[in-house]
Design a protein around this ligand. Sequence first.
Ligand code: DX5
Ligand code: ZN
Length: 215
Amino acid sequence: MPIVAPSVLAADFLNLEKDLQLINQSEAEWFHLDIMDGVFVPNISYGMPVMKAIKKVAKKTLDVHLMIVQPERYIKEFAALGADILTVHYEVSPHLHRTLQEIKNAGMKRGVSLNPHTPMSVLENIITDVDVLLIMSVNPGFGGQKFIENTYDKIKAAKELIERKGADTIIEIDGGVSPANASKLVAAGADALVAGSAVFGAENPLEVIRQLKNS
Ligand code: DX5
Ligand code: ZN
């Protein structure tokens, strides 16, 4: 059974507490929080004040996905805001080893995300320091985009790398995930599934979460 991480980006911001309570009551294990800066990605989402409010209501693991340049500047802030997993993008981390050490020292799980075009091989020499590998299955920046099919090959490459290096990294998939592709993703080796529009855009979000869990 995969870990399910609903993406709050697709929640109703006018009724955020209601949507967060819905996830609290669901079978989902994580809240996925997308932080965008309008520089690394062509969109701006929400930041620290909103995350502070989310933390007061959200009773599960906070899985924070930073889509920002120089993410190392904000490690301590996100630890203080209650992040459990802090994920930075490989593409904006020239000193990734140091950044991951700092995330660990701040008491959080270390996440690394790869854009769709970034090959798995760039993690050859760092994978044993990665707790969560977030594979982007859309170009980061927006919810509701179409799933990129090459992701299945990337999951296989990730599994091969993790096994060969003896790492115990969790493979998480982000973008265009729904009950329609969840089983195939899990069969390929996905351990955790992010889903935004599939969950919050549904008539019955709890049922969609149940379907994702049973993939
Ligand atoms: C995209 C974000 C995703 C997004 C997923 O940049 O990283 O987490 O919320 O949304 P869906 O599930 O709608 O593709
Ligand atoms: Zn995300």
